[in-house]
Design a protein around this ligand. Structure first.
Ligand SMILES: [Zn+2]
Length: 624
């Protein structure tokens, strides 16, 4: 290819207005220490599949929408950052970057964008200074001559709905809610920001996919020219680039890898190799760099040629040598496969999404109730061994409260402890006093110690909002939280930043109930004691009705929303609120795995308390 930019090189390190983004990055982009696996000069050759994408993002390209469905550790976010900085430096214009959540946006600004600017003084000098002298621009706004880069997050579309930008970059769009009530789809709102720019607009959308039917990126990629990165097989593809075609080249896809593993322990034996689908020759990972390089003839080939939008699919097998190895990827796959034997599919889902870059097809959409009551067990104490902390979730109805107290141990294992119905209208002081008394109760542990409920969450939905606010506000210091379920399908399970109710001053926490139910129903599928298993006590409160309520919901395959298949579902709500409250109190799996007990009011001795059957415990440990 003739290179019209050699001239620019000769003139020294002054940005040339005719560079493509990849060329600009290869000359000017510095990867900051700490934020990247490889600090120093950026080199597109490390990730050659990004070159056509950065070309399409360049102003010289006709493409207006550039989309990538991808695995992790492949540099797609970095490519977006290259484009953002190019549009500050070479073609200054107004631009917007949207990430899923506020904390991700903050992290993007402080850990990636600002350090990158700091390492590129010629660019940092163009940014209007922030409040303090050391800042490079504001946290969410970098203003320069000719435009500004604004940063926003998908759960607050109000922050970007009035902007008009030439370049909008949307990172990890499967973390965006599909729809926000009254606002619409943040992804569509983001795209609309470019309307005023017509053919000059650039929209970059990338993500690892999530679930089938509710994946933004799957839908976007389908609406593109669907490129894949083809390479020559070192053994059978002709070396002459002009003779290489989609038919005689190869892709890195899951089924093209071979490896051996121990069928008992799921341990990888030896190295993962690439097996050519044409000639069957095995190729070691050391050949990957050559296979992927432009010199070998590797290039992106569309499966949907002629479509107006650019789209590329790249799974993690393409991760450059030194990042994520084939052995690591398939070791993760084997450990996920092992976990699936216990009924836990979550690790495999994550693997399929983040490594194989494919959507996950849900196996079951509702839980079978029949075998749950049979799982009830004798605990031998109110709080059995293994429980480190108690949390309670309260569902509020017009004529009663329903409360479940749940015990939590290591690795997500839980024990239902107690389920209580407190009759009486929550508007009456009597009902609220009865609830207060219940939440103040102590429980006896297996070793005779007594334990209080550490975190408590009360539902404020329905018609008794005011009464619940009044109940929760003075008890906030005792970790009694006012909760409200969010109906947005993938709203984060908890949001530690409360919204203050203006009239009463009560902190109100929004709970992503749908995500919470995904978790509960996935856990219910697990049939083996141990990580994430849900235990139920042999107590009258855990009746057949309880289990019917717990499994009262069905996941809609199209929307991903759990909806009632029977009227009463309080049990699943209580469980969701108990789980959320514990996290609001700052106790997550990491904290629990340290093994400390919370809420102990008096230490006990083990005399007089029945010990839990040792046999079952040993069995479950052996199977981990
Ligand atoms: Zn071959």
């Amino acid at each position: 290819m003739v290179n019209p930019y050699i001239d620019g090189f000769a003139r020294g390190l002054k940005p040339d207005p005719y560079l493509f983004i990849d060329e600009w990055a290869d000359r000017f982009r510095k990867l900051p220490k700490g934020a990247s696996a490889e600090a120093g000069q950026y080199r597109t050759d490390r990730m050659p599949y990004l070159r056509p994408l950065m070309r399409a993002l360049s102003p010289q390209s006709k493409f207006q929408q550039i989309k990538a469905i991808k695995g992790t550790q492949l540099g797609f976010s970095e490519a977006g950052l290259n484009a953002a900085m190019y549009y500050m430096d070479i073609v200054p214009t107004s631009q917007l970057t949207i990430l899923p959540t506020e904390s991700l946006t903050k992290g993007h600004s402080t850990k990636k964008l600002t350090p990158s600017l700091r390492d590129m003084p010629h660019l940092a000098n163009k940014i209007k200074p922030g409040k303090t002298k050391d800042d490079i621009g504001e946290l969410f706004d970098k203003t320069y001559d000719g435009g500004s880069l604004k940063l926003a997050w998908s759960f607050s579309p109000a922050n970007f709905r009035s902007l008009s930008c030439r370049f909008v970059s949307m990172d990890d769009v499967d973390g965006f809610p599909l729809n926000i009530e009254g606002e619409g789809s943040p992804l569509d709102l983001g795209k609309k920001r470019t309307d005023a720019f017509g053919v000059l607009r650039k929209i970059y959308i990338n993500s690892t996919p999530t679930k089938e039917g509710e994946s933004n990126i799957e839908e976007e990629f389908a609406d593109s020219d669907q490129r894949h990165y083809y390479m020559p097989c070192p053994s059978c593809t002709p070396r002459e680039i002009e003779l290489q075609t989609r038919e005689n080249m190869v892709l890195f896809e899951k089924d093209n890898f071979v490896f051996d593993y121990d069928k008992e322990t799921y341990t990888l034996l030896g190295d993962v190799q690439f097996c050519c689908p044409h000639c069957g020759t095995l190729t070691p990972e050391s050949k990957k760099t050559w296979m992927m390089s432009a010199a070998s003839g590797a290039r992106d080939i569309p499966h949907n040629e002629g479509h107006i939008h650019f789209g590329i699919r790249v799974p993690s097998y393409y991760s450059p040598v030194g990042f994520l190895s084939w052995n690591d990827i398939f070791r993760e796959m084997l450990s996920a496969k092992k976990l699936m034997k216990t009924g836990d599919n979550r690790k495999m889902k994550t693997w399929v999404n983040t490594r194989d870059a494919k959507v996950w097809e849900e196996q079951s959409t509702s839980v079978n109730v029949d075998n749950l009551p049979a799982r009830k067990e004798e605990y031998g104490a109110e709080v059995p061994e293994g429980v480190l902390v108690l949390s309670a979730g309260v569902d509020t109805q017009d004529d009663r409260f329903e409360v479940e107290t749940v015990g939590y141990g290591k690795d997500g294992e839980t024990w239902s402890i107690d389920y209580e119905i407190i009759n009486g209208d929550p508007n009456t002081p009597e009902a609220r006093a009865a609830l207060a008394a219940y939440l103040n109760k102590t429980f006896v542990c297996h070793d005779g110690a007594t334990m209080k409920i550490y975190a408590k969450g009360v539902d404020t939905g329905g018609h008794r909002q005011k009464a619940v606010y009044a109940f929760c506000k003075p008890r906030f210091v005792q970790r009694v939280y006012a909760l409200k379920g969010s109906s947005t399908v993938n709203a984060p399970f908890i949001n530690k930043r409360a919204s203050k109710n203006k009239k009463t001053g009560t902190n109100l926490f929004l709970i992503g109930v749908n995500v919470g139910k995904d978790e509960i129903y996935a856990n219910l599928e697990i049939t083996e004691e141990g990580p994430n298993y849900m235990h139920f006590p042999n107590k009258p409160a855990y009746s057949d009705e309880y289990f019917k309520q717990l499994t009262a919901e069905k996941r809609d395959k199209k929307t991903g929303i759990w909806t009632k298949k029977r009227h009463r579902n309080e049990a699943v709500d209580c469980r969701n609120y108990a789980n959320a409250s514990l996290q609001l109190a700052g106790i997550d799996e990491q904290v629990l795995n340290m093994g400390r007990r919370f809420g102990i009011v008096s230490a006990g001795t083990s005399t007089g308390v029945m010990k839990k059957s040792q046999g079952r415990r040993t069995l479950s440990r052996g199977s981990r």
